[in-house]
Design a protein around this ligand. Sequence first.
Ligand SMILES: C[S@@+](CC[C@H](N)C(=O)[O-])C[C@H]1O[C@@H](n2cnc3c(N)ncnc32)[C@H](O)[C@@H]1O
Length: 357
Amino acid sequence: MQRKIISVATSIIEEAVADSLEKNFPESIGIADLGCSSGPNTLMVISEIIDKVYAITNKLGSPLPELRISLNDLPGNDFNNIFISLPEFYKKLKMEKNIGQEGCFISGVPGSFYGRLFPRKSLHFVHSSSSLHWLSQVPPTLESSFLKPLNKGKIYISKNTMACVLDAYLSQFKRDFSLFLKSRSEEMADDGSMVLSFMGRVSADPSCEESCMQWELLAQALMSMALEGRIEEEKIDSFNAPYYAPSAMEVTSAIEEEGSFTITRLEAFEIDWDGGAPINNNVHENPNTIEKYYVPRGQLFSKTIRAVVESMLECHFGREIMDELFRRYGELVDDYFLKTRPRSIDLVVSLTKRGSL
Ligand SMILES: C[S@@+](CC[C@H](N)C(=O)[O-])C[C@H]1O[C@@H](n2cnc3c(N)ncnc32)[C@H](O)[C@@H]1O
């Protein structure tokens, strides 16, 4: 699903890199990927950006700028896994583009993107994909309401969510996003570009299915276990996801209010929950036999979500319920697939840093 999100944004990323180089062709270009994770997608985005810089310089007949590439994620990210794959990456770069290690410096930068990470004016192009919907924290009003829970039986916004809960989520998003923009504005060179893609919504209603349903079904799976006494209901009442899927309008007004960037493009893409994978992709081979087996789409989606949220849920609900929770979640998602074609909204916004006066 995340790869699909990266691929829908590819042309916007390429356009932003080209725009940035057109205005400012530095000898040494600073590029950062924020929330890079550690997996097959990490170096894929970087490859695409290098390809574009390489194509532009070739077209202009200019020498390739020195590439300073920073990969950022939270300190717990498995940076070693990325570093281990770098020799192979450099080898390919040398073979395909004759770019040696003396022309491309890749480093890991651990820390939260909700704050300063890089020296002043050191970046020319910033990218972030599938990360900014994660808030820096659960909105504090929800955390402090454990005696009288405001979001009973739910773990995110849903239909009938109280207005104070909606406000708490929106305020936290605005605070975080504004701090993100302010931090980047200090780190980016004038006219530098930034492409951000994250989960959001087209609808003005924060409780619409396109932004809430994956959490709603997870809350239903938890509640079914609470009904059987497998977990305490209070535990569900006191858990709230540090997540917010903003509307395009909320994103626009947050950018305008902060004031450091102008919006070049803002687009919304519908992404199927299973990434639009053809049904055949669900047929898996058992490596020990020649047997093939079919994995229901709901269970596959459940695995995707488990990979992202399990550590968070495990801390709160305990490790022992995880297998059962995600089995039930997969079943609920399967039923949901029978009723509809579930899709999330991926917002992609391309920004240019305003020049200083
Ligand atoms: C779903 S992964 C996206 C990975 C990759 N960008 C992609 O598109 O496939 C989200 C990543 O954002 C990171 N993340 C979340 N909050 C962050 C923060 N405040 N600062 C830096 N990284 C953060 C997570 O650790 C995680 O690796």
